[in-house]
Design a protein around this ligand. Structure first.
Ligand code: GLC
Length: 559
């Protein structure tokens, strides 16, 4: 099938279904709720939806532990509700992609249950090992979520590998039968009309032969160099590509710790293994490697990372642009300011929406939802959060331990979507499965709908503009004020158009002067958070002020 590369012009919206909208009043978000909100999603001017897992799951890791890859959880409305949403989205010109979670399954998946009993053909579907002769674990690898990466199974009398939670055994991708299963799953959804996949921790699917010990010096995630970008990962992804090639679909690879150079190994060329990689580095503006090793937010560092990915992938790969997803706390609370929530939300939006690549907006980001700070660890739900609390910094005072959780927990991104200022923020008519942020009284969709200066309407306009400006797809990327820790200023340039994006990351007044070759009075101010005053070819910024100027060559039509 001839590929159209439609995703290069698209903006995505991510739905974490459990917390988006409850349609049947049981307190859990579902597809009936999504169906009700399709017009809202369309009103954001987005082109595609990525659903975090919708499959039946015991929810040890909220859907990332799959029990059946070819069904939709009854909690979410089952297959019938999914088909309705798929059709409804397509009718509105929006595509739909699924989360493909094939590094591991749930331990409640029938394959795993059969594998425990050594029933063929499932015996080698997972990574089973005996203890070492001295009775110790098969190797020293850490789980990302829960202690060591090995769990003893009483029935099979062996250990199984779990890079994530105990309830998420890793599949043995070296077994050709497992790869056939993956292809079957892909065909199943693509034949139904789904438009592609976001592939969960896909760079972890091939482990080094013999599963050697990782360096003992590695503080957490011991062993990662033996399974990240492993020996057969490219070969297996090319096998999957044979299936994907029969459809005009997109693939987004999730790749913890991926570098820009490494991303090219997956995405470069005429027949790339994957279309885009999720660049975790853009989440490192205020931390080292993971959200749990925080440092003060550094705009300079973030600008370097953004620039590096823009430059490295240009003309070779394609960027995937994001600020939030279900695995990270809310961006306004991190890179922006809760005090200047709307203003900093706008600066953040303009910072990434006009870069080259395919942006995605995470549910609630468009209204500037913020982190939640729950009193006790007992109030949290996420397996990573809970295990982090019980494993690290346990000798610190409770106050410090909770401050770490407030800063880094994924649960901040998983509170119910705030639709209005009514009970439970309009998310459900029942009892919500998780805490609703109290600030829904001020921060909610209904309030922002009616306010022309709201963050929500800013997002709508930015996405609309982005679509109408070819320079955003093709133009070059260049930064100005590179050493400023307060301003992020970048240019997108093509023959016919130049775009100048100016974003302040501070409440302070900063003097901005247009770069050489720019006359602000000749540009059209197409998007702004505050005023339009210009003096001496510049202006003094208001808190987190944002402006986007367009300079159009007269020989091509105006937008
Ligand atoms: C990915 C998912 C995350 C999940 C993990 C294990 O990182 O985004 O939510 O916990 O994989 O599947």
């Amino acid at each position: 099938m001839e590929r159209t590369f439609w995703y290069k012009d698209a903006v995505f919206y991510q739905i974490w279904p459990r917390s988006f909208k409850d349609g049947d009043g049981d307190g859990v978000g579902d597809l009936m709720g999504v169906y009700e909100k399709l017009d809202y999603i369309q009103s954001l001017n987005v082109d595609a939806i990525w659903f975090s897992p919708l499959y039946p799951s015991p929810n040890a890791d909220y859907g990332y532990d799959v029990m059946d890859y070819m069904d939709i959880s009854a909690e979410y409305g089952g297959m019938e509700a999914f088909r309705k949403v798929l059709q409804g989205a397509h009718e509105r010109g929006m595509r739909v992609i699924m989360d493909l979670v094939v590094n591991h399954t749930s331990d409640e998946h029938p394959w795993f249950q059969a594998s425990r009993r050594r029933e063929e053909p499932y015996t080698d579907y997972y990574i089973w090992r005996k203890a070492k002769k001295d009775g110790t674990l098969p190797n020293n690898w850490d789980s990302m979520f829960e202690g060591k990466a090995w769990q003893y199974d009483e029935l099979r009398k062996e250990y199984y590998l779990h890079l994530f939670a105990v309830k998420q055994p890793d599949l043995n991708m070296d077994n050709p039968l497992v790869r056939e299963e993956v292809k079957k799953i892909m065909r199943f959804w693509l034949d139904m009309g789904v438009d592609g996949f976001r592939e969960d921790v896909i760079t972890f699917i091939s482990k080094d032969k013999g599963l050697p010990n990782g360096s003992p010096l590695m503080p957490a995630a011991k062993g990662i160099s033996h399974y990240a970008n492993g020996p057969h990962v490219h070969e297996y992804l090319m096998e999957f590509r044979d299936v994907l090639d029969q459809y005009d679909c997109v693939t987004i690879g999730e790749a913890p710790l991926v570098t820009a150079r490494r991303a090219l190994e997956y995405t470069e060329g005429k027949r790339p293994e994957l279309d885009m990689m999720i660049p975790f580095q853009c989440m490192e503006g205020d931390c080292f490697l993971t959200d749990y090793f925080p440092h003060r937010f550094s705009l300079r560092k973030l600008k370097w990372i953004w620039g590096h990915w823009q430059k490295t992938l240009r003309g070779r790969g394609w960027n995937f642009l994001y600020l939030e997803n279900h695995d990270h706390p809310r961006i306004v609370s991190r890179y922006g300011s809760e005090e200047y929530r709307v203003e900093s939300g706008k600066a953040l939006a303009a910072s990434y929406l006009f870069q080259q690549g395919t942006p995605i907006i995470y549910q609630g980001q468009e209204i500037g939802m913020t982190n939640i700070r729950l009193e006790s660890i007992e109030d949290y739900e996420d397996v990573q959060t809970i295990n982090h609390y019980h494993t690290f910094f346990t000798n610190r005072p409770e106050k410090d331990r909770m401050a770490r959780i407030w800063r880094a927990s994924r649960d901040s991104a998983r509170t119910p979507m705030q639709w209005n200022d009514g009970p439970h923020a309009g998310f459900t008519t029942g009892e919500p499965w998780f805490h609703v942020n109290r600030n829904h009284a001020e921060i909610n969709v209904a309030a922002e709908e009616g306010d022309p200066d709201s963050l929500l309407n800013f997002y709508r306009e930015a996405v609309r503009l982005r679509r109408s400006l070819p320079v955003v797809r093709y133009g070059t990327f260049r930064q100005f004020e590179l050493w400023s820790g307060k301003l992020f200023v970048y240019e997108r340039r093509s023959k016919a158009q130049r775009l100048l994006v100016i974003c302040s990351y501070t409440p302070e007044a900063v003097k901005f002067r247009a770069p050489k070759g720019y006359d602000l009075r000749k540009g059209k101010l197409i998007l702004r958070s505050h005023g339009d005053d210009v003096e001496n070819n510049g202006f003094v910024t208001r808190p987190y002020e944002t402006r986007v100027y367009l300079f159009q060559d007269r020989r091509v039509p105006e937008v």
